[in-house]
Design a protein around this ligand. Structure first.
Ligand code: NAD
Ligand code: MG
Length: 299
Protein backbone atom coordinates (compact mmCIF):
# COMPACT_ATOMS: atom_id res chain seq x y z
CA UNK A 1 0.00 0.00 0.00
CA UNK A 2 0.99 3.58 -0.58
CA UNK A 3 3.17 5.30 1.98
CA UNK A 4 2.53 8.80 0.67
CA UNK A 5 0.15 10.76 -1.54
CA UNK A 6 0.65 11.61 -5.21
CA UNK A 7 1.90 15.13 -4.47
CA UNK A 8 4.76 14.17 -2.17
CA UNK A 9 8.30 14.37 -3.57
CA UNK A 10 9.37 10.76 -3.97
CA UNK A 11 11.29 8.29 -6.12
CA UNK A 12 9.00 6.84 -8.85
CA UNK A 13 11.13 3.67 -8.97
CA UNK A 14 9.98 2.62 -5.54
CA UNK A 15 6.85 4.68 -4.94
CA UNK A 16 5.17 1.30 -5.41
CA UNK A 17 6.90 -2.07 -5.07
CA UNK A 18 7.83 -4.16 -8.08
CA UNK A 19 5.13 -6.85 -8.18
CA UNK A 20 5.33 -10.45 -9.36
CA UNK A 21 1.70 -11.56 -9.60
CA UNK A 22 1.27 -15.33 -9.20
CA UNK A 23 -0.28 -17.21 -12.12
CA UNK A 24 -4.03 -16.74 -11.77
CA UNK A 25 -7.14 -16.89 -13.87
CA UNK A 26 -10.52 -15.24 -13.61
CA UNK A 27 -13.54 -15.29 -15.87
CA UNK A 28 -14.19 -12.03 -17.73
CA UNK A 29 -14.71 -9.41 -16.41
CA UNK A 30 -12.14 -9.90 -13.72
CA UNK A 31 -12.72 -8.55 -10.24
CA UNK A 32 -10.43 -6.36 -8.16
CA UNK A 33 -11.83 -8.26 -5.17
CA UNK A 34 -10.07 -11.37 -6.49
CA UNK A 35 -6.74 -10.19 -7.92
CA UNK A 36 -3.44 -10.98 -6.23
CA UNK A 37 -1.80 -8.70 -5.24
CA UNK A 38 -4.43 -6.01 -4.77
CA UNK A 39 -4.20 -2.90 -6.96
CA UNK A 40 -3.93 0.58 -5.48
CA UNK A 41 -6.70 2.98 -6.52
CA UNK A 42 -5.63 5.82 -4.27
CA UNK A 43 -8.19 5.00 -1.59
CA UNK A 44 -5.69 5.81 1.15
CA UNK A 45 -3.47 8.24 -0.74
CA UNK A 46 -5.06 10.42 -3.43
CA UNK A 47 -5.12 14.03 -2.23
CA UNK A 48 -7.47 16.39 -4.06
CA UNK A 49 -6.72 20.05 -4.69
CA UNK A 50 -10.15 21.25 -5.84
CA UNK A 51 -9.42 20.93 -9.55
CA UNK A 52 -12.84 19.46 -10.47
CA UNK A 53 -15.00 21.36 -8.00
CA UNK A 54 -18.70 20.97 -8.84
CA UNK A 55 -18.09 18.89 -11.97
CA UNK A 56 -20.46 16.11 -13.02
CA UNK A 57 -18.74 13.09 -14.53
CA UNK A 58 -19.77 9.83 -16.18
CA UNK A 59 -17.01 7.21 -16.08
CA UNK A 60 -17.32 3.81 -17.77
CA UNK A 61 -15.55 0.81 -16.27
CA UNK A 62 -15.52 2.78 -13.01
CA UNK A 63 -15.78 -0.26 -10.73
CA UNK A 64 -12.21 -1.46 -10.96
CA UNK A 65 -8.68 -0.81 -12.15
CA UNK A 66 -7.97 2.48 -13.86
CA UNK A 67 -11.64 3.58 -13.90
CA UNK A 68 -11.92 3.04 -10.15
CA UNK A 69 -8.82 5.16 -9.53
CA UNK A 70 -10.16 7.89 -11.83
CA UNK A 71 -13.54 7.85 -10.04
CA UNK A 72 -11.89 8.20 -6.63
CA UNK A 73 -9.54 10.94 -7.86
CA UNK A 74 -12.42 12.86 -9.48
CA UNK A 75 -14.42 12.71 -6.23
CA UNK A 76 -11.42 13.90 -4.17
CA UNK A 77 -11.04 16.78 -6.68
CA UNK A 78 -14.67 17.79 -6.03
CA UNK A 79 -16.71 16.02 -8.74
CA UNK A 80 -19.90 13.97 -8.47
CA UNK A 81 -19.56 10.70 -10.36
CA UNK A 82 -21.90 8.35 -12.24
CA UNK A 83 -20.33 4.89 -12.53
CA UNK A 84 -20.89 2.49 -15.44
CA UNK A 85 -19.94 -1.18 -15.01
CA UNK A 86 -21.35 -4.67 -15.52
CA UNK A 87 -23.87 -6.09 -13.05
CA UNK A 88 -21.52 -8.91 -12.09
CA UNK A 89 -19.02 -6.28 -10.91
CA UNK A 90 -21.28 -4.93 -8.15
CA UNK A 91 -18.85 -5.98 -5.41
CA UNK A 92 -16.04 -3.91 -6.93
CA UNK A 93 -18.39 -1.01 -7.67
CA UNK A 94 -19.57 -0.94 -4.06
CA UNK A 95 -16.02 -0.38 -2.87
CA UNK A 96 -15.59 2.63 -5.18
CA UNK A 97 -19.04 4.04 -4.39
CA UNK A 98 -18.17 3.93 -0.71
CA UNK A 99 -14.85 5.71 -1.31
CA UNK A 100 -16.60 8.45 -3.32
CA UNK A 101 -19.27 8.96 -0.66
CA UNK A 102 -16.63 9.03 2.09
CA UNK A 103 -14.97 11.81 0.08
CA UNK A 104 -18.20 13.80 0.45
CA UNK A 105 -19.33 13.50 -3.17
CA UNK A 106 -22.29 11.90 -4.92
CA UNK A 107 -21.87 8.43 -6.47
CA UNK A 108 -24.51 7.21 -8.94
CA UNK A 109 -24.31 3.46 -9.74
CA UNK A 110 -25.50 2.65 -13.27
CA UNK A 111 -24.81 -1.03 -14.02
CA UNK A 112 -25.48 -2.47 -17.47
CA UNK A 113 -23.92 -3.75 -20.69
CA UNK A 114 -22.53 -1.03 -22.96
CA UNK A 115 -22.41 -3.39 -25.95
CA UNK A 116 -26.09 -2.50 -26.24
CA UNK A 117 -26.84 0.82 -27.94
CA UNK A 118 -30.18 1.28 -26.18
CA UNK A 119 -28.46 0.81 -22.83
CA UNK A 120 -25.77 3.36 -23.77
CA UNK A 121 -28.42 6.00 -24.45
CA UNK A 122 -30.22 5.13 -21.21
CA UNK A 123 -26.93 5.27 -19.30
CA UNK A 124 -26.28 8.84 -20.38
CA UNK A 125 -29.87 9.95 -19.70
CA UNK A 126 -29.77 8.39 -16.22
CA UNK A 127 -26.41 10.01 -15.46
CA UNK A 128 -27.68 13.43 -16.56
CA UNK A 129 -30.85 13.11 -14.49
CA UNK A 130 -29.09 11.88 -11.35
CA UNK A 131 -26.15 14.29 -11.54
CA UNK A 132 -28.29 17.26 -12.61
CA UNK A 133 -26.22 17.63 -15.81
CA UNK A 134 -23.04 16.32 -17.38
CA UNK A 135 -19.76 18.10 -18.13
CA UNK A 136 -17.15 15.32 -18.01
CA UNK A 137 -17.11 11.99 -19.79
CA UNK A 138 -14.47 9.30 -19.39
CA UNK A 139 -14.77 6.45 -21.90
CA UNK A 140 -12.67 3.86 -20.11
CA UNK A 141 -14.49 0.49 -20.29
CA UNK A 142 -12.61 -2.05 -22.35
CA UNK A 143 -12.35 -5.67 -23.39
CA UNK A 144 -8.93 -7.32 -23.81
CA UNK A 145 -8.67 -11.06 -24.48
CA UNK A 146 -5.65 -12.76 -26.00
CA UNK A 147 -5.82 -15.03 -29.06
CA UNK A 148 -2.77 -17.02 -30.22
CA UNK A 149 -3.46 -16.39 -33.88
CA UNK A 150 -5.93 -14.69 -36.17
CA UNK A 151 -7.39 -18.08 -37.10
CA UNK A 152 -8.07 -18.76 -33.41
CA UNK A 153 -9.66 -15.35 -32.83
CA UNK A 154 -13.39 -16.14 -32.66
CA UNK A 155 -15.66 -13.94 -34.78
CA UNK A 156 -17.75 -13.27 -31.67
CA UNK A 157 -14.71 -12.01 -29.77
CA UNK A 158 -13.78 -9.67 -32.61
CA UNK A 159 -17.29 -8.19 -32.59
CA UNK A 160 -17.51 -7.96 -28.80
CA UNK A 161 -14.15 -6.21 -28.55
CA UNK A 162 -15.19 -3.67 -31.16
CA UNK A 163 -18.65 -3.27 -29.60
CA UNK A 164 -17.17 -2.63 -26.15
CA UNK A 165 -14.17 -0.52 -27.07
CA UNK A 166 -15.38 1.37 -30.14
CA UNK A 167 -19.13 1.26 -30.73
CA UNK A 168 -20.03 1.96 -27.10
CA UNK A 169 -17.64 4.94 -27.08
CA UNK A 170 -19.39 6.32 -30.18
CA UNK A 171 -22.90 5.78 -28.80
CA UNK A 172 -22.13 7.15 -25.31
CA UNK A 173 -20.24 10.17 -26.64
CA UNK A 174 -23.01 11.01 -29.10
CA UNK A 175 -25.67 10.78 -26.39
CA UNK A 176 -23.54 12.79 -23.94
CA UNK A 177 -22.84 15.64 -26.35
CA UNK A 178 -26.52 16.57 -26.37
CA UNK A 179 -26.11 17.59 -22.74
CA UNK A 180 -22.56 18.91 -22.45
CA UNK A 181 -22.05 22.67 -22.14
CA UNK A 182 -18.96 24.56 -23.33
CA UNK A 183 -16.13 23.80 -20.92
CA UNK A 184 -16.96 20.09 -20.87
CA UNK A 185 -14.34 17.43 -21.47
CA UNK A 186 -14.11 13.94 -22.90
CA UNK A 187 -11.17 11.68 -22.07
CA UNK A 188 -10.85 8.30 -23.79
CA UNK A 189 -8.66 5.43 -22.63
CA UNK A 190 -6.37 4.19 -25.38
CA UNK A 191 -3.20 2.13 -24.75
CA UNK A 192 0.46 1.59 -25.53
CA UNK A 193 -1.04 -1.25 -27.59
CA UNK A 194 -2.39 1.34 -30.03
CA UNK A 195 1.26 2.14 -30.85
CA UNK A 196 3.13 -1.11 -30.21
CA UNK A 197 0.61 -3.91 -30.83
CA UNK A 198 1.17 -7.29 -29.21
CA UNK A 199 0.72 -10.07 -31.75
CA UNK A 200 -1.77 -11.82 -29.48
CA UNK A 201 -4.00 -8.75 -29.17
CA UNK A 202 -4.91 -8.01 -32.79
CA UNK A 203 -8.52 -7.06 -32.08
CA UNK A 204 -7.84 -5.13 -28.86
CA UNK A 205 -4.76 -3.24 -30.08
CA UNK A 206 -6.49 -2.12 -33.26
CA UNK A 207 -9.41 -0.70 -31.25
CA UNK A 208 -6.92 1.26 -29.18
CA UNK A 209 -5.33 2.79 -32.30
CA UNK A 210 -8.84 3.71 -33.48
CA UNK A 211 -9.67 5.32 -30.12
CA UNK A 212 -6.59 7.49 -30.44
CA UNK A 213 -7.49 8.55 -33.96
CA UNK A 214 -11.16 9.15 -32.98
CA UNK A 215 -10.02 11.38 -30.13
CA UNK A 216 -7.76 13.50 -32.33
CA UNK A 217 -10.43 13.93 -35.03
CA UNK A 218 -13.27 14.67 -32.63
CA UNK A 219 -11.01 17.00 -30.66
CA UNK A 220 -10.71 19.26 -33.70
CA UNK A 221 -14.42 19.09 -34.43
CA UNK A 222 -15.52 20.03 -30.91
CA UNK A 223 -12.83 22.59 -30.04
CA UNK A 224 -14.79 25.54 -31.50
CA UNK A 225 -17.73 24.53 -29.29
CA UNK A 226 -15.50 24.67 -26.21
CA UNK A 227 -15.54 20.94 -25.62
CA UNK A 228 -12.12 19.31 -25.34
CA UNK A 229 -11.37 15.70 -26.29
CA UNK A 230 -8.14 13.98 -25.24
CA UNK A 231 -6.86 10.49 -24.51
CA UNK A 232 -4.71 8.65 -21.97
CA UNK A 233 -2.48 5.77 -23.11
CA UNK A 234 -1.56 3.55 -20.15
CA UNK A 235 1.23 1.00 -20.28
CA UNK A 236 1.23 -2.10 -18.04
CA UNK A 237 -1.08 -1.29 -15.13
CA UNK A 238 -2.01 -3.99 -12.62
CA UNK A 239 -5.81 -4.37 -12.98
CA UNK A 240 -8.35 -7.21 -13.34
CA UNK A 241 -8.24 -6.99 -17.16
CA UNK A 242 -4.83 -8.71 -17.07
CA UNK A 243 -5.58 -11.97 -15.19
CA UNK A 244 -8.92 -12.46 -17.00
CA UNK A 245 -7.37 -13.65 -20.29
CA UNK A 246 -5.76 -10.25 -20.95
CA UNK A 247 -2.28 -11.85 -20.79
CA UNK A 248 -0.91 -15.37 -21.07
CA UNK A 249 -0.90 -16.67 -17.46
CA UNK A 250 2.80 -17.50 -17.56
CA UNK A 251 3.66 -13.85 -18.27
CA UNK A 252 1.88 -12.50 -15.18
CA UNK A 253 4.85 -12.97 -12.79
CA UNK A 254 6.89 -10.57 -14.96
CA UNK A 255 4.09 -8.11 -15.64
CA UNK A 256 5.43 -4.59 -16.20
CA UNK A 257 9.03 -5.44 -15.29
CA UNK A 258 10.32 -4.58 -18.77
CA UNK A 259 9.49 -0.88 -18.44
CA UNK A 260 12.33 1.62 -17.86
CA UNK A 261 10.91 2.11 -14.37
CA UNK A 262 11.20 -1.65 -13.83
CA UNK A 263 7.77 -2.25 -12.38
CA UNK A 264 4.07 -2.37 -13.27
CA UNK A 265 2.05 0.78 -12.73
CA UNK A 266 -0.74 1.03 -10.17
CA UNK A 267 -4.17 2.35 -11.20
CA UNK A 268 -3.80 5.42 -8.98
CA UNK A 269 -0.71 6.48 -10.97
CA UNK A 270 -2.87 6.82 -14.11
CA UNK A 271 -5.63 8.89 -12.49
CA UNK A 272 -3.78 12.26 -12.44
CA UNK A 273 -3.56 12.23 -16.25
CA UNK A 274 -7.37 12.04 -16.43
CA UNK A 275 -7.69 14.74 -13.79
CA UNK A 276 -5.36 17.05 -15.75
CA UNK A 277 -7.19 16.53 -19.05
CA UNK A 278 -10.59 17.05 -17.39
CA UNK A 279 -9.59 20.09 -15.35
CA UNK A 280 -9.80 23.62 -16.85
CA UNK A 281 -6.02 23.93 -16.32
CA UNK A 282 -5.57 21.96 -19.58
CA UNK A 283 -7.69 24.47 -21.53
CA UNK A 284 -5.23 24.62 -24.47
CA UNK A 285 -4.70 20.84 -24.66
CA UNK A 286 -6.84 19.17 -27.35
CA UNK A 287 -6.47 15.90 -29.26
CA UNK A 288 -3.51 14.98 -27.08
CA UNK A 289 -2.58 11.52 -25.86
CA UNK A 290 -0.90 11.45 -22.47
CA UNK A 291 1.28 8.37 -22.03
CA UNK A 292 1.40 6.83 -18.58
CA UNK A 293 3.59 3.80 -19.16
CA UNK A 294 6.69 3.80 -16.97
CA UNK A 295 8.84 5.21 -19.75
CA UNK A 296 8.25 2.92 -22.76
CA UNK A 297 9.03 5.02 -25.84
CA UNK A 298 6.19 5.33 -28.34
CA UNK A 299 6.56 5.96 -32.07
P1 NAD B 1 -10.67 -3.30 -15.64
O1 NAD B 1 -11.06 -4.69 -15.93
O2 NAD B 1 -10.60 -2.90 -14.22
O3 NAD B 1 -11.64 -2.28 -16.36
C1 NAD B 1 -12.33 -2.57 -17.55
C2 NAD B 1 -13.78 -2.30 -17.28
O4 NAD B 1 -14.50 -2.33 -18.52
C3 NAD B 1 -14.46 -3.35 -16.41
O5 NAD B 1 -14.35 -3.04 -15.06
C4 NAD B 1 -15.90 -3.28 -16.88
O6 NAD B 1 -16.68 -2.54 -15.96
C5 NAD B 1 -15.85 -2.51 -18.18
N1 NAD B 1 -16.53 -3.27 -19.22
C6 NAD B 1 -16.02 -4.25 -20.01
N2 NAD B 1 -16.99 -4.73 -20.81
C7 NAD B 1 -18.13 -4.03 -20.51
C8 NAD B 1 -19.46 -4.08 -21.00
N3 NAD B 1 -19.81 -4.91 -21.98
N4 NAD B 1 -20.37 -3.23 -20.46
C9 NAD B 1 -20.02 -2.37 -19.47
N5 NAD B 1 -18.76 -2.27 -18.98
C10 NAD B 1 -17.84 -3.10 -19.51
O7 NAD B 1 -9.27 -3.05 -16.36
P2 NAD B 1 -8.45 -1.70 -16.64
O8 NAD B 1 -7.11 -2.15 -17.01
O9 NAD B 1 -8.61 -0.72 -15.57
O10 NAD B 1 -9.12 -1.17 -17.97
C11 NAD B 1 -9.60 0.14 -18.13
C12 NAD B 1 -9.18 0.66 -19.48
O11 NAD B 1 -7.77 0.81 -19.52
C13 NAD B 1 -9.54 -0.26 -20.65
O12 NAD B 1 -10.03 0.52 -21.72
C14 NAD B 1 -8.21 -0.86 -21.02
O13 NAD B 1 -8.17 -1.21 -22.37
C15 NAD B 1 -7.29 0.29 -20.71
N6 NAD B 1 -5.87 -0.05 -20.57
C16 NAD B 1 -5.46 -0.85 -19.55
C17 NAD B 1 -4.11 -1.15 -19.44
C18 NAD B 1 -3.60 -2.02 -18.33
O14 NAD B 1 -2.43 -2.38 -18.37
N7 NAD B 1 -4.39 -2.38 -17.34
C19 NAD B 1 -3.20 -0.63 -20.35
C20 NAD B 1 -3.67 0.19 -21.37
C21 NAD B 1 -5.00 0.47 -21.47
MG1 MG C 1 -14.24 -4.32 -13.40
Amino acid sequence: MTQSDQLTFQNPVDRFPEISPPKQDQPEPGLDAEIVPKGDHGEESYRGTGRLEGRRALITGADSGIGAAVAIAFAREGADVALSYLEEEQEDAQHVIQAIRESGRKAVPLPGDIRDKTFCNQLVEDAVRELGGLDALVNNAGKQVIAESLMELPDDQWEETYNTNIHAMFWITKAALKHMPAGSTIVNTTSIQGYNPNEMLIDYASTKAAINNFSKGLGQQLAPKGIRVNAVAPGPIWTPIQPSQGQPKEKLPHFGQNTPLGRAGQPTEVAPAFVFLTSPESSYVIGETLHVNGGIPTP
